[in-house]
Design a protein around this ligand. Structure first.
Ligand code: NAI
Ligand code: MG
Length: 354
């Protein structure tokens, strides 16, 4: 039986880097007859919105539900407000498919200069809560255009929601031989939701059968530590907003957005999980064919790991590392002149050799 993967390239460089990921997937299939994957491409994007008045059709979630996983590029276009693209496409998928874990590896790569590494490799992961928290549509505005005009934006945290993300981080730590969990907090100032986060995080770690050390660090200090001593982290667990900010920072300290993959996971596999680069549609370089496809290709690797092919995940990551170590083919963001397609080809060649 075939594994069914939905492909949503999206806008801008999303479409360009997706082409390279599909190139890799095709060549994997050519060389490994046990890999039976059927892909379906969906053109849901800002172009689609301008034609149809919505980012994706009404029954999009019903369609996607039938797939084993989703590989997503990026969305964002100057002709459509960013909150529309995000809330009509990414958010409904993440929330309805209970992709409550946003997993982001932060890892030093060979041949990529990181000003912070000091000879010691950076290698940790971020577990960002992805279904509730600060990113909620609860709130509103009153007294519009009057001096007393005001807004309230609510944060929603649930006991079960915190339990699930912290447990997922603990499970990962246990499986990967990690000894410490770092929790991002701000309970000294955000006294309702963040104290709740702290209490439940502490409780879950205490109940856990594994002897994991828990450190809770205020988010303002934590961002400084990410820069000053990034080697000290193993598994970082954070709420939706804090995790979002930490992820982009984490990406920057190991070489930039062009290299950083992410996974939106439903660990129970009741719904498809979605894999996407951390970056957006990069309108400043879109259409030039110079975007780095590594983040997208690595996202494909995470997808393959999720569907039970960790061997292929390792193969792809190894091929990426080999190409970067050789340093001959590099896109502009990492100091070279190669095109998106040349970078994709180089990784493809390496995979075929292995
Ligand atoms: P961005 O990630 O698109 O770009 C930030 C900077 O990084 C730009 O200078 C860009 O050229 C560079 N960059 C990003 N990916 C790159 C790659 N693969 N290779 C080389 N350089 C790369 O973030 P920005 O500019 O804040 O947002 C642009 C649009 O993307 C907006 O409409 C935003 O809403 C959307 N966006 C969408 C996301 C998604 O689809 N998940 C995530 C983040 C932003
Ligand atoms: Mg982000």
């Amino acid at each position: 039986t075939h594994t069914k993967i939905a492909i949503i390239p999206g806008d801008g460089i999303g479409k360009e880097v997706m082409e390279e990921a599909l190139k890799i997937l095709n060549s994997l299939q050519e060389h490994d007859s046990s890999l039976q994957i059927e892909t379906t491409i969906f053109p849901w994007s800002s172009d689609y919105y301008l034609k149809h008045g919505r980012m994706m059709p009404c029954n999009a979630l019903d369609i996607l539900k039938e797939f084993d996983a989703i590989l997503f590029g990026a969305i964002g276009d100057a002709r459509v407000p960013d909150d529309v693209t995000v809330w009509e496409l990414i958010m409904p998928i993440r929330k309805n498919f209970q992709q409550y874990v946003n997993f982001r590896p932060i890892k030093s790569l060979p041949g990529i200069a990181s000003p912070l590494a000091n000879g010691r490799d950076i290698d940790f992961v971020i577990f960002r809560e992805n279904a509730e928290g600060e990113y909620s549509d609860s709130g509103g505005r009153i007294y519009q255009n009057q001096p007393q005009e005001m807004t309230i934006q609510n944060t929603i945290m649930t006991r079960i929601g915190i339990e699930k993300i912290v447990q997922a981080a603990c499970d990962y730590a246990y499986k990967n031989g990690k000894t410490k969990i770092t929790s991002a907090t701000k309970s000294n100032a955000i006294i309702h939701s963040m104290k709740f986060w702290d209490e439940h995080t502490r409780r879950i770690l205490a109940q856990s059968s594994t002897a994991l050390e828990l450190e809770s660090i205020y988010i303002d200090a934590l961002v400084a530590y990410f820069v000053e001593r990034p080697q000290d982290f193993q598994v970082v667990v954070a709420s939706n907003l804090f995790g979002d900010i930490l992820s982009d920072l984490g990406s920057a300290i190991v070489g930039g957005l062009g290299l950083s993959p992410s996974a939106n996971l439903n660990p129970e596999k009741a719904f498809p999980s979605m894999f996407e680069p951390v970056h957006g549609s990069a309108p400043d370089i879109a259409g030039k064919g110079i975007a780095n496809p590594i983040a997208q290709i690595w996202s494909l690797a995470l997808l393959l790991g999720h569907i039970g092919r960790s061997d292929l995940e390792e193969l792809i990551v190894h091929a990426i590392e080999t190409v970067l170590r050789e340093g001959i083919v590099k896109t502009a963001d990492i100091g070279g002149q190669a095109t998106t397609a040349q970078m994709g080809d180089a990784i493809c060649q390496e995979i075929i050799k292995m």
